[in-house]
Design a protein around this ligand. Structure first.
Ligand SMILES: *Cc1c(COP(=O)(O)O)cnc(C)c1O
Length: 380
């Protein structure tokens, strides 16, 4: 048996990789500042350690989706510029966020009104970024609603209850850098900025670029770029180049210890539905990770794993807590470590390969890792 004491499912996060990725992104950003996106537990990498590593490497802004995420950063003592962008009406902690100097995104007049009320409650102005919908049809005010949003926010600014510090947008096709919608959205964004400035806005920052645009569209940088995926070392444009092509290194390595190893005869059906049948007498190894931990069930029969010295594919179905590998006649013992994905430079698969095996994107592979996976932060 393998002898090391320790958790059977581990995601090891290399904080040195996060720092060096942020440094690469700063180089790509040119004159623009970097906002490191740390939403969703830093894409599964751990909110606080990742945020601190990004800050240490010069990310002067941090960004999250939810107010709860922003307030968790503040509660842990993370200071500096911080933007939260996904607010619904009646957020219970909006006033706390204003008091904690969290910048807020607003896409509609009700958002300004709620920010004003929160600002009055805590006696300090709310810092607002007005979001323009330039063609994603997700967050943001459409061109038809833009002037009214700007006017409402600037009236509140004149009353001293808000500061309109930013105008921003988000791209639909940034992962296809020469897609015609990128130019269209950037033109629409320039127009939204111009309308706001003509109306009297004195902006600190204009921002539009996610990871893909930061790496491939210098004309989308404006004053601030908002990379998420690239901070964690994964390529947002895998069809154009892997992480190394952009000076990035994947920060997460996902491993597990084999929970059981045994011989089974030829013709043994493996896992639910017997989707895999052993072609000969063989050794099977049980991996204690399943779809409840974020291993996609869609990677049944296809997810790649480095085990007993070789690459294997998941044998049969991924279950809730576990899946099986066919190890052939290679030597293996319960307790041996297997690697689902890592940095990609040691023979082990990558998160990108898991994404392809499951028909998804690498974002989902890392962000969906569940709480039963033990996180360990190392400084490589
Ligand atoms: C998640 C997110 C980002 C980061 O996107 P990546 O593709 O991970 O770089 C940037 N901006 C907004 C509004 C987001 O929701």
């Amino acid at each position: 048996m393998g002898d090391e004491l320790g958790p059977s499912r581990t995601a090891r996060i290399d904080l040195g990789a996060i720092r060096s990725n942020v440094e690469s992104l700063r180089a790509h950003a040119g004159q623009a500042e970097v906002l490191a996106v740390v939403k969703a537990d830093a894409y599964g990498h751990g909110l606080l350690p990742s945020a601190r590593a990004a800050r240490a490497a010069g990310a002067s802004w941090l960004g999250v989706a939810l107010l709860e995420e922003a307030l968790a950063l503040r509660a842990a003592g993370v200071d500096g510029r911080l933007l939260a962008w996904l607010l619904a009406p009646g957020e219970p902690r909006l006033a706390d966020a204003v008091a904690a100097d969290v910048d807020l995104s607003v896409s509609a007049v009700w958002g300004v009104d709620e920010a004003v009320a929160a600002a009055r409650a805590v006696g300090r102005p709310a810092r607002l970024h007005l979001k323009a919908d330039t063609g994603l049809s997700r967050g943001g005010a459409t061109a038809a609603d833009w002037d009214q949003l700007v006017a409402t926010a600037l009236r509140a600014e004149a009353d001293g209850t808000v500061r309109v510090v930013g105008v921003w947008t988000h791209l639909a096709w940034a992962d296809v850098p020469d897609h015609p919608t990128v130019d269209k959205q950037l033109d629409a964004f320039a127009y939204a900025v111009e309308r706001a400035e003509r109306a009297g806005a004195r902006l600190e920052v204009r921002h539009a670029a996610n990871s893909a645009a930061t790496l491939t569209r210098p004309d989308a940088r404006f004053d601030l770029v908002r990379p998420g995926l690239a901070v964690y070392g994964l390529s947002p444009v895998p069809q154009l180049g892997g992480p190394e092509a952009y000076g990035l290194r994947p920060a997460m390595t996902l491993t597990a210890k084999l929970a059981l190893v045994k011989r089974v005869p030829e013709g043994s059906g493996v896992s639910y539905g017997h989707a895999y049948v052993t072609p000969r007498d063989t050794t099977v190894g049980l991996v204690p990770l399943g779809y409840a931990d974020g291993v996609p069930r869609h990677a049944s029969g296809s997810g790649p794993v480095l085990a007993a010295g070789r690459r294997r594919k998941v044998a049969g179905r991924v279950c809730m807590d576990q899946f099986v590998l066919d190890l052939g006649d290679d030597a293996a013992a319960a307790g041996d470590e297997v690697v689902l994905f890592g940095a990609g430079d040691d023979g082990a698969p990558t998160a990108e390969e898991w994404a392809q095996a499951a028909g998804t994107i690498s974002y989902e592979i890392v962000a969906r890792l569940g709480p039963r996976v033990h996180r360990v932060w190392v400084d490589g």
